[in-house]
Design a protein around this ligand. Structure first.
Ligand SMILES: Cc1cc2nc3c(=O)[nH]c(=O)nc-3n(C[C@H](O)[C@H](O)[C@H](O)COP(=O)(O)OP(=O)(O)OC[C@H]3O[C@@H](n4cnc5c(N)ncnc54)[C@H](O)[C@@H]3O)c2cc1C
Length: 417
């Protein structure tokens, strides 16, 4: 990637000559790049540096929407502003089913390139392949000192990277030091570690005095209890269009509808991802009873299903459901058509939790909105510090809403920093 490389220092302390910026953006993903562009377009913009741990900005963006990038949604907050923003950098939208917007090119890479090109054109500096490990407030001018380390350093570490000679003698070879009056933390959450996100923003924020609402993977497949896995693993690969309710300790916590995929370990598909956003935070400690109730045949009531089976002996429900699912219902309900019909309308699967961070599309929990100014994204705890994107607490459903949040909070921070 083009873009000037910021200066670096070999000494562990801040020194005169540390690379100076007006604004440093930590994390050049969806929110960070948007913020950089919004800031640099201002007539009063100063020098801006984007630091990203990857050697390319917006790496996760390339994987979004299965490579197509579900960039926004007609129903998303700030949709018109987001659409205008992208038009201004040359990306036009095409809207599909459910109000989902995609780049007209149909390719996520065009979104990433447009953002990077616009930020470069506006004069952003980039420090790539550098992982920020510390952001310290309290510089003499009220600004921040930012420390980043070269690749090889473990996520979250605060000293020199392994094998760096400086670790023993107090110097930090391979570390880079920067200074800025304002800093935006836009490092995302913990979802998708394969794209370079390890949740380090939460540690950085805590050290600056913020709290962090307990986090968990979201927009992620749901996992059966061990017993349920024995019962349902054979349905692996079966797809069904259905309605679902997530019940936690007998209470309805969420509902969704769409296409469900039975996996060997549990339940997948966009509708299950949406339910995962409301999974209990402390499922392991509190052991709540978590169960999904499925209506496998929405639109047909139980008496009609019963009649269908009675009028077509031996067919059971294989005329309306996958054969494997129909056979399971018959086996579990003693070949009693009324019971089979009732079970198809209220099919229960007990859950033990969700898949992990690698499969998750986003993070549940994070920096509480009460700790930032809703108009600017500025911290109420550490003035001059800003947050945008997935590092913030709210979680959004599938359909382009998470990227919308990243763009909208990025634009807000860029316009205010
Ligand atoms: C497979 C997949 C598909 C998805 N598809 C969609 C979709 O189609 N539509 C949608 O709305 N949402 C989708 N999402 C969610 C969406 O990608 C995120 O909500 C969004 O990218 C969050 O933006 P962000 O800028 O906060 O974080 P990110 O885009 O994750 O960017 C964070 C950046 O910070 C960098 N970074 C992390 N730690 C450090 C550090 N310590 N120092 C320096 N840099 C650091 C990372 O390298 C990264 O570039 C998907 C997510 C995944 C994993």
């Amino acid at each position: 990637m083009a873009g000037r490389m910021a200066g670096s220092m070999a000494d562990g302390k801040m020194q005169a000559g540390a690379a100076e910026y007006d604004v440093i953006i930590v994390g050049g993903g969806a929110a960070g790049l948007t913020a950089a562009i919004a800031y640099l377009r201002r007539t009063d913009a100063g020098r801006l540096l984007v630091i990203d741990a990857n050697d390319v900005c917006g790496r996760k963006l390339l994987a979004t929407g299965n490579g197509r990038c579900n960039i926004s949604n007609l129903a998303a907050d700030g949709y018109a502003e987001i659409k205008d923003f992208f038009e201004s950098i040359g990306v036009l939208f095409r809207v599909e089913e459910g109000g989902r917007a995609y780049p007209m090119s149909g390719r996520a890479v065009s979104v990433q390139s447009a953002l990077v090109l616009a930020a470069e054109r506006l004069g952003a500096d980039f420090a790539l392949g550098q992982r920020v490990t510390e952001v310290r407030a309290g510089a003499a001018d009220g600004g921040f000192e930012v420390k980043a380390v070269d690749p090889g350093a473990a996520p979250g570490m605060t000293g020199a990277a392994p094998g760096m000679t400086g670790a023993a003698n107090g110097t930090t070879a391979g570390a880079h030091f920067y200074h800025a009056r304002r800093v935006l933390i836009a490092v995302g959450g913990k979802a998708g570690p394969q794209y370079g996100c390890f949740g380090e923003g939460f540690g950085l924020a805590r050290k600056l005095g913020h709290t962090v609402e307990s986090i968990g993977p979201a927009l992620v497949p749901l996992v059966y209890t061990e017993a349920e896995r024995g019962r349902l693993a054979g349905l692996k690969g079966v797809r069904v269009k259905c309605k679902a309710e997530l019940m936690i300790d007998g209470r309805r916590a969420a509902a969704s509808s769409g296409e469900l995929l039975f996996a060997e370990y549990g339940l997948s598909g966009v509708m299950m991802f949406d339910l995962s956003a409301t999974m209990p935070k402390s499922i392991l400690e509190d052991r709540p009873q978590v169960c999904v109730h499925l209506d496998l045949v929405p639109g047909i009531d139980a008496p009609a299903l019963g009649r269908l089976m009675e009028e077509n002996p031996g067919l059971w429900l294989s005329g309306v459901l996958d054969e494997k699912l129909s056979a399971l219902l018959v086996r579990e309900n003693g070949a009693d058509s009324a019971k089979v019909a009732a079970a198809a309308k209220d099919f229960k699967a007990r859950l033990s939790g969700t898949k992990g961070w690698k499969e998750a599309q986003t993070t549940r929990g994070g920096i509480p909105l009460t700790e930032i100014d809703g108009d600017t994204g500025e911290s109420r705890v550490a003035p001059g510090l800003y947050f945008a994107g997935e590092v913030l607490e709210p979680v959004f459903l599938c359909g382009g809403f998470n990227l919308s949040n990243a763009w909208a909070t990025g634009i807000r921070a860029g316009a205010s920093m």
